[in-house]
Design a protein around this ligand. Structure first.
Ligand code: SF4
Length: 758
């Protein structure tokens, strides 16, 4: 048993009391989301209801999951916390670093050798600190979590945006940055703006070619990639309870594509069946006892407009299969309109590759439905025209569908089974492309389809659909094929119409696996050594950042005055840099290389005030650091929007930047800067941005008397010795001021822990 029955039993023993207490505070019938959120308040219940979309609230998540790319920095930071064990059940999953090229076995062997130092580090650090470790090949984080850890009514955070997948099993699951994961593992609260609530009522029942995937593809078309921002999406209605648990997972998974904080379904018989089928009958029995509190109140679902901020209704009986794309997941096309759209927009009609599986769509139900389509091709003598790949989500699913003969069916149609890993979904795909300069189309059952996402090629038009539609179009080799109406030709030249897919929700013989790929942590990790080679260029143990000193903010140089959008991608680029996520010094060589310099409109070219020459930004900052001179980043609106990766805050801190002055911050990044001990401040008058000149020397006053709500002052000395001065605001609270003075939150966490031992 890998799940934590003790923790879950304890949770359910007081869950209903917490919901009852919430009723006294929230003066109306409760949505499921409210029940779960209030039940997870840090240190008990609130005195008053929180205002949706406004109040920031501290929560106590039940568990943490981390994928291998993001776990590295999260765990390097956790090692700095002084703790000997994680405070909540936590797991690491090795899925993102495996490149797909020829097939599961050789690809996995190669990845194990290429990423050995990262895997050795993650295995040893997990072993030492009480973290469950899922080896490379064990599966994709979200599928493994759904199969083993998610439980109705719980709350988890994960260092991956598709953590939300677990909502299919009724848990509030939210993607976060590594710094947040580190805090929760160290026993600290986790902050979230109390979300708005979107209710989606599902009526009717899916039939024929339509599947759960088509529900979220339709929702993405309605809400767009931004429509769920700051909201939790709660699904309900007869259509919701008719969906399989894994189908619900698919819908929640792609909630990330509408920007939702997360999505959730209420506990029902399908979830109970999935819990039992995946070896967790005990959890189902516990959930059954409190089932009324594991779904929204009847009054809420009868009058949703009164209790949700927005309500959408979808009739599943009328829903068509959808294909979304290219280049964005919210460009939604019912299949009856898609062929026309392909022709009208001049998208490449030939489908070069069909790819099914991934964390989004690799359940037993998905595989069996797709296989029922694939089998018709072989039985009818139809030759599959596109390349075709299958990515199982976990070893348990792979083993079970192999045992039941479904992988053979795909292989007979020419399909290649890839490793149980992210592979082409995250660009880890050595694609065999005849001509990369040619516009081409691929169709996946994954979730994201932004330009270059799958194969790094801007000419690739990626579309997203269900596994069964992907399989049908791959057989036809054409994007304009509609299996609901069109015919294929077999090897005798006869016309063949594909029959509707048939799937099996749960394996009749039950799930099975030889070696699931799980390594339990040591009971006592005190003697275990964390493996990090001192010569590694991918991993580097962290040193605590130094505490603030009085002269820290005097005589600073302007590193860059960034113009326009500056997301965490501009600050710390992804792509090839992902390799260095566990090595702060090496990844710092990408600091702000995507930001546009206001003074020359160029990226990665700033003036070195020590030499007067222009050069790459990281190099310039390293020259300041070597000379013992601090620097300042100045930027525009919403600095640090996008992914919550903490590298965007750690890199400037590591390289000696002392302050970031902006017109406004994206909140998560602002908090990350505070956590890392950097001064993040905003122009009191945004027009003062214009006063900052390229050769300025900058002093910041007021930090020696740093107080809540008390502005600081910036003094600029220009090259011609004229000066300017203006106020800047900050949002540091008492605790964050302590973080700043101590040189970062981890320094405080470690100190408090040390003190608690004495
Ligand atoms: S399969 Fe794709 S979406 Fe899922 S965790 Fe991996 S990269 Fe993310």
């Amino acid at each position: 048993m890998v799940f934590d029955l003790d923790m879950i039993t304890k949770f359910y023993s007081c869950y209903s009391q917490k919901v009852a207490a919430t009723r006294k505070v929230v003066n109306h019938p409760l949505t499921l989301t409210e029940k779960i959120l209030y039940a997870h308040l840090w240190r008990g219940n609130a005195d008053a209801a929180f205002e949706r979309g406004k109040d920031y609230v501290d929560f106590a998540p039940d568990r943490v999951a981390m994928q291998d790319a993001t776990a590295q920095m999260a765990l390097l930071q956790f090692m700095q916390s002084g703790r000997i064990k994680v405070s909540v059940p936590s797991t690491v999953h090795c899925d993102h670093l495996i490149q797909a090229e020829v097939g599961a076995t050789p690809d996995l062997t190669r990845a194990k050798s290429q990423n050995k130092e990262v895997y050795d580090f993650l295995a040893s650090v997990s072993d030492k600190y009480g973290i469950g470790f899922w080896k490379p090949g064990a599966g994709i984080i979200h599928q493994v979590v759904l199969e083993n850890y998610a439980f109705p009514g719980g709350m988890m955070i994960g260092t991956d945006s598709h953590t939300v997948n677990a909502g299919g099993l009724g848990i509030i699951a939210i993607g976060v940055g590594g710094a947040d994961a580190c805090d929760v593992m160290a026993g600290l609260p986790w902050e979230l703006k109390f979300p708005k609530l979107i209710g989606i009522k599902l009526t009717g029942k899916l039939k024929g070619w339509t599947s759960a995937k088509d529900i979220i593809l339709k929702v993405a078309g309605i809400l767009t990639v931004k429509g769920g921002t700051g909201a939790i999406v709660e699904y309900f209605g007869e259509g919701a309870t008719s969906l399989s648990c894994t189908g619900k997972g698919t819908i929640c998974n792609m909630g990330a594509e509408i920007g939702a904080t997360t999505s959730i379904f209420g506990y029902d018989q399908k979830m109970a069946a999935y819990l039992k089928g995946t070896g967790r009958a005990e959890v189902a029995a516990l959930a059954d006892k409190v089932h009324e509190d594991l779904t929204g109140d009847n009054e809420v679902y009868e009058n949703p407009e009164k209790y949700f901020d927005q309500v959408i209704e979808i009739n599943l009986s009328e829903l068509e299969p959808h294909i979304n794309g290219p280049f964005t997941p919210d460009l939604a096309w019912p299949i009856s309109k898609f062929a026309e759209a392909v022709k009208k927009n001049n998208w490449p009609e030939e489908l070069e590759v069909g790819l099914i599986g991934s964390c989004t769509n690799s359940s037993y139900e998905d595989i069996t439905r797709a296989a029922s389509v694939a089998q018709q091709a072989t039985e009818n003598g139809i030759k599959t025209k596109s390349e075709f790949t299958i990515t199982p989500g976990s070893e348990q699913v792979r083993f079970t569908v192999a045992r039941d003969g479904y992988l053979d069916i795909f292989e007979k149609m020419g399909g290649v089974v890839l490793a149980n890993a992210c592979g082409p979904c995250i660009g880890q795909w050595a694609r065999h492309s005849k001509d990369p300069n040619k516009k081409n189309s691929i169709l996946t059952s994954y979730n994201r389809n932004f330009a270059k996402r799958n194969d790094g090629n801007a000419n690739t038009h990626a579309f997203v659909a269900s596994p069964e539609i992907t399989t049908a179009l791959a057989i036809a080799g054409s994007l304009t094929f509609n299996p609901l109406t069109d015919y294929l030709a077999n090897d005798k030249g006869e016309k063949v119409k594909l029959k509707e897919p048939q799937g099996i929700e749960m394996p009749v013989k039950g799930f099975a696996v030889d070696d699931a790929g799980f390594q339990a942590p040591a009971e006592d990790g005190s003697k275990i050594e964390v493996i990090v080679s001192p010569t590694s260029d991918r991993l580097q143990l962290l040193e605590p950042f130094p505490a603030w000193t009085e002269n820290d903010l005097k005589n600073l140089k302007l590193l860059i005055k960034a113009k326009g959008k500056c997301t965490t991608d501009h600050i710390s680029m992804a792509g090839p840099w992902l390799k260095y996520r566990g090595h702060l010094d090496n990844i710092s060589n990408n600091l702000l290389i995507g930001a546009i310099n206001f003074f020359n409109e160029k990226t990665n070219l700033v003036k070195n005030q020590l030499t007067g020459n222009y050069g790459p930004l990281p190099e310039t900052q390293r020259a300041y650091k070597a000379a013992g001179i601090g620097s300042v980043i100045v930027a525009d609106e919403n600095y640090g929007e996008g992914s919550s990766r903490e590298h965007a805050a750690m890199e400037p801190r590591h390289l000696g930047v002392k302050a970031v002055i902006v017109k406004s911050f994206a909140r998560i990044h602002e908090t990350n800067l505070k956590k890392q001990g950097l001064l993040g401040i905003t122009f009191a008058d945004k027009k003062d941005y214009d006063k900052v000149l390229e050769d300025d020397v900058i002093d910041i006053y007021g930090v020696d008397d740093f107080k809540v709500d008390s502005p600081l002052r910036v003094h600029l000395t220009h090259k011609d010795k004229t000066t300017d001065s203006f106020f800047v605001n900050h949002t540091y609270n008492e605790q964050q001021i302590e973080w700043y003075k101590a040189g970062g939150a981890l320094n405080i966490i470690r100190r408090e822990f040390e003190e608690s031992k004495n």
